[in-house]
Design a binder for this molecule. Structure first.
Ligand code: 0A1
Ligand code: ZN
Length: 877
């Protein structure tokens, strides 16, 4: 068979409702030393919404060995198995029961989908299509069922967990025992979970707004017991926030989290039993960085928020993934903004979007936040579906305002509780409560690509009017050559060029929401006439990143500097600095000598002004002082020579460090720790700025690394210790080797720190493929643990440009080899590692040729997974 025939796409337009429904699912999962048996009893009926029902098709994955299946007591002798489908004859009875028994080998499940073993525990991962690897089932999100689960295992596995409430437990023969769980809320199979292990439990409780007490339990392997407090506290904050901001209370009496070491993603929102990658939940003050704490708090909240946005109201099909993910990311991002600093959270989110999601939108895998086809659904857990999806929900929030948006979400949760729905259903609620016509807005769900908004202006001194001309466009993306105009909310303000103060203005334009200063750009071109503008002004556009677009305005360097120094929107101060630095870097790369020099000088004086600003929040200052990532600069021009870009980037950082050495020194000493470590915004901001100044110090002079060593030795916290090691790695002298070894000895029994340590090694400047291969011989590395693979291979190919893009092509060969090896073990991880190759057409010819050869080599073997096949074949198209 040709590979195109083996890897067939699934299309949204082919959606058909399920022929049969499952009212009750009764599972008995028996775990033995070297295998597991799963017996299922499904209480089913034909879907009353349909006239014709046809064959009963259950999904059964290839990990499942079918031992027996019967319908209403009659064994089905030879059920037809085609790919992942198990086809049984049509059934006309109004109700019937399907019973099955299958055998599984969890120890050999390296894909980490379905039931698998992680270290000493058994656990499951069912989203998106893992449940079919546990039992034959209509494994699709629009089949909702009430689950009762019995788990039987050797008694040494003292914790036997599943969704819902415990309803029974007891001993069995042969030193075995059982537990039974019942989840009263109908749910799709992807939310099923089961855990069996020798686990320690940290308990807490939460009283809901209506006075119900909920038990909170966090399960870990015993040696991690000391790392549970932070996540439990974060969980309680999230529970309270969801009550206050969305009016959503928790619905069961018990909420459990389990930490597992082997996990493909960050965490999973299984009903009442969230399963977390250990790296995304375990924390304590001695071993976790500020970034780690913030991430854990956000992920704990994200999974908790899914209880409503995802579980109570779920997705009709996987094309609707952004319905739950975009909305839930928006919710967790607002939660973080409320817990810490709104503008800073915005800068961090927008950085991620601009550096990675924009690249996705511009590459071969570009898809709308609601894709219309896929070969492997796991490839669509993307930045586009998650982060751009969240931006789309944020735009609705901006257009409706907080109060109407809340009415919209109340209506959505109430109307669709217990149902599997579509993005149209969500948008319709928002339109209904607000009266805003969102027909055009829906294009955000349908069209891929990052729109551009080009703005120009003219000022009429006599009339005191400033006219802003807007023109929107969107580049072609695979399968979508032409785009219709989007509904784009552009939040804006003006800054007086002379007064350097915010200017007020009026306008008659019906698309301008004066209360929120948001212009609804709907047409391809439109003009906004602003009156009562008393002096020439610099427009501050797309404030708070009010839409996921590229917004361009012909600012002079001085305009940008003015915005950096004086804009009253702190997000836009950062954004202006990003624009200034981006322009400078692009001019330097393209060797536009005169322009580059002028921009560089302006950047220098803006940097100096920011360094001297005593009123700026240190967290904001640290972000303003950070140059945009190389990945972002690489999106601005083509062809890209990645080694030249790395050199120019380093040279500019070094030049800024040297020119302003005294100022950086001053910041370095002003931000030294003067109190014991705590994770809180003010301290984290100070540390971020301290590390920023340390980075400049290391770059500026040959002995700068001594300051890094001094910090490494002095710091009482992981943020500064690791930050110092990373910066010092640029010098990578024998003292650094010693410090790294010392760090390893101190932390080698802490899995989360070891993962960070591996990352520092892999990202070290000067690291080569030979060096990474050696690192992969280290006892800390393991091919079957996705975190370790990400820490070493992922870090090297995504965050070590010199190593990955080595001129001899060794980095590309290394990555292709790793993808091919992993594809046989864990295709999800293999597919994710293909990302660096997707940009191949943007590079200079030599790089293109070398990458293309590797892509073709990956595609050659038979039996490639759908995931890798999809990305690589689309990349080569
Ligand atoms: N729904 C989870 C993410 C997730 C997706 C797939 C997984 O396995 C293939 C695991 C987790 C979330 O958004 O947190
Ligand atoms: Zn999610």
């Amino acid at each position: 068979m040709r590979s195109e025939d083996m890897h067939q796409p699934i299309r949204l337009q082919d959606y058909a409702p399920p022929a049969y429904l499952v009212d009750e699912t009764h599972l008995c999962v028996q775990i033995f030393d070297d295998h597991a048996l799963v017996e299922a009893r499904l209480v089913m009926r034909p879907n009353p919404a349909l006239d014709k029902h046809g064959a009963l098709i259950l999904n059964a994955g290839d990990e499942v060995t079918l031992e027996h299946i019967e319908v209403d007591g009659a064994a089905v002798a030879d059920p037809v198995r085609e790919g992942e489908s198990l086809i049984l004859p049509a059934i006309s009875a109004s109700h019937f029961e399907v019973r099955s028994r299958v055998r599984l080998l969890p120890d050999q499940n390296t894909r980490l989908e379905g039931l698998y073993r992680s270290g000493g525990m058994y656990c499951t991962q069912c989203e998106a299509e893992g449940f079919r690897q546990i039992t034959p089932y209509p494994d699709r999100p629009d089949v909702l069922s009430v689950f009762t689960t019995r788990v039987e295992a050797p008694s040494e596995y003292d914790c036997l967990l599943s969704n819902g409430n415990p309803v029974g437990m007891g001993p069995l023969e042969n030193n075995r025992h059982f537990a039974e769980w019942h989840d009263p809320f109908p749910k799709p199979s992807y939310l099923f979970a089961l855990v069996a292990g020798v686990l320690d439990c940290t308990e807490d409780s939460f009283t809901t707004a209506s006075g119900k007490s909920v038990d909170l339990k966090l399960y870990t392997e015993p040696h991690n017991r000391h790392k549970t407090r932070f996540a439990l506290e974060a969980l309680k904050r999230a529970m309270r926030w969801d009550e206050q901001v969305y009016g959503r209370e928790y619905d069961l009496d018990l909420f459990m989290i389990v930490a597992v070491d082997h996990f493909n993603m960050g965490a999973m929102e299984n009903k009442g039993l969230n399963i977390f990658n250990s790296a995304c939940v375990l924390a304590d003050e001695s071993s976790t960085t500020d970034g780690g704490f913030e991430l854990i708090e956000a992920i704990v909240a994200h999974e908790y928020f899914h209880n409503w946005s995802g579980n109570r109201v779920t997705c009709r099909d996987w094309f609707q993934l952004s319905l739950k993910e975009g909305f839930t990311v928006f919710r967790d991002s607002e939660f973080t903004a409320d817990m810490h600093a709104r503008a800073v959270k915005r800068m961090d989110d927008v950085t991620l979007l601009r550096t990675q999601q924009f690249a996705e939108d511009a590459g071969p895998m570009a898809h709308p936040i609601r894709p219309d086809s896929y070969i492997e659904i796991n490839n669509f857990y993307t930045l586009t579906v998650y982060e751009k999806g969240a931006e789309v929900v944020r735009m609705l929030h901006t257009l409706l305002g907080a109060e109407a948006f809340r009415r919209g979400s109340d209506l959505y949760f109430e109307r669709f509780d217990g149902q599997a729905v579509t993005v149209e259903d969500f948008v319709a609620c928002m339109a209904e409560v607000s009266g805003i016509d969102l027909t055009q807005f829906r294009r955000w769900y349908e069209q891929a690509g990052t729109p551009r908004v080009d703005v120009t202006s003219e000022y009429d001194v006599a009339a005191q009017t400033l006219t802003l001309h807007f023109a929107q466009s969107c580049p072609a993306t695979p399968g979508q050559p032409d785009k219709a105009p989007f509904h784009i909310p552009v939040k804006l303000g003006l800054l007086g060029r002379q007064s350097r103060l915010p200017l007020s203005f009026t306008t008659e334009h019906s698309g301008f929401d004066a209360a929120n200063q948001v212009f609804s750009l709907r047409a391809e071109e439109d003009s906004l006439v602003l009156s009562d503008v008393t002096e020439p002004a610099v427009p501050s556009l797309l404030r708070d990143f009010s839409a996921p677009v590229v917004c361009d305005y012909p600012y002079s360097g001085e305009d940008l500097k003015l915005l950096v120094i004086a804009d009253d929107n702190s997000f836009n101060r950062w954004s202006a600095m990003q624009t200034l630095a981006t322009r400078t870097l692009v001019a330097l790369v393209q060797q536009a000598a005169g322009e580059a020099d002028e921009l560089r000088q302006t950047l220098l004086s803006a940097t100096s002004a920011v360094l001297a600003d005593g009123l700026l929040d240190p967290a904001v200052k640290a972000r303003i002082l950070q140059l945009p990532a190389q990945a972002y600069i690489a999106e601005q021009y083509s062809p890209v020579d990645p080694l030249q870009l790395d050199q120019v980037h380093t040279e500019l950082r070094t030049w800024l460090a040297c020119e302003l050495a005294a100022e950086w020194q001053q910041v370095l000493s002003a931000t030294r720790a003067d109190e014991p470590y705590r994770f809180e915004h003010r301290q984290a901001g100070r540390r971020a700025l301290h590390l920023c100044a340390l980075a400049a110090t290391v770059l500026a002079d040959d002995s700068g690394w001594q300051a890094a060593r001094e910090l490494f030795e002095r710091a009482d916290n992981m943020t500064e210790q690791q930050g110092a090691l990373r910066l010092w790695s640029q010098v990578a002298n024998t003292e650094w080797d010693t410090a790294m070894e010392q760090f390893w000895q101190r932390w080698k029994s802490d899995a989360q720190v070891v993962e960070q340590w591996l990352g520092i090694c892999a990202q070290r400047p000067g690291m080569t493929v030979a060096g990474v291969n050696q690192l992969m011989q280290h006892e800390a590395f393991s091919w079957d643990n996705p975190n370790r693979v990400r820490s070493v291979i992922g870090a090297f190919v995504m965050r070590n440009p010199r190593g990955f893009h080595a001129a001899d092509g060794s980095g590309y060969r290394f990555l292709a080899d790793a993808i091919l090896k992993l594809d046989g073990m864990n295709p999800q991880i293999a597919a994710r590692l293909c990302t660096p190759f997707t940009q191949w057409r943007r590079y200079v010819p030599a790089v293109q040729a070398a990458m293309q050869a590797e892509l073709e080599r990956i595609l050659a073997p038979d039996g490639l997974s759908d995931g890798v096949y999809e990305i690589v074949s689309k990349t080569l198209q």
